[in-house]
Design a protein around this ligand. Structure first.
Ligand code: ZN
Length: 100
């Protein structure tokens, strides 16, 4: 059960990281926060299979599926870092719960 929660919090962290990255990027570009995810180069709205953090980047090999423009590598790096943060938060919470 412990490994299930580690994976769950890792996925949760990457999803939250993806959201934070998108939010920051849209604020920088002064775009609406409520539009669907799209390629910043061609503007094509992304299908659901291209919205999964980390896996989508690997699936399209770091390039837009529609226009073949390069997706910044920093995106997958941030998603992986947030995933790790999710795992660390869970482990920290478990340590705290077991201490008291
Ligand atoms: Zn594109």
């Amino acid at each position: 059960m412990y490994i299930f929660y580690l994976i769950y919090f890792g996925i949760l962290g990457s999803v939250m990281g993806s959201g934070v990255i998108t939010l920051i990027d849209r604020v920088k570009r002064k775009e609406s926060l409520f539009t669907r995810s799209h390629c910043v180069s061609c503007g094509h709205i992304l299908n659901p299979q291209y919205l999964v953090p980390i896996l989508s980047y690997l699936l399209v090999k770091g390039r837009c599926h529609y226009c073949n423009s390069k997706i910044p590598q920093s995106i997958i790096e941030y998603e992986m870092q947030f995933s790790l943060i999710g795992v660390i938060v869970y482990m920290g919470a478990m340590i705290c719960i077991n201490m008291f």
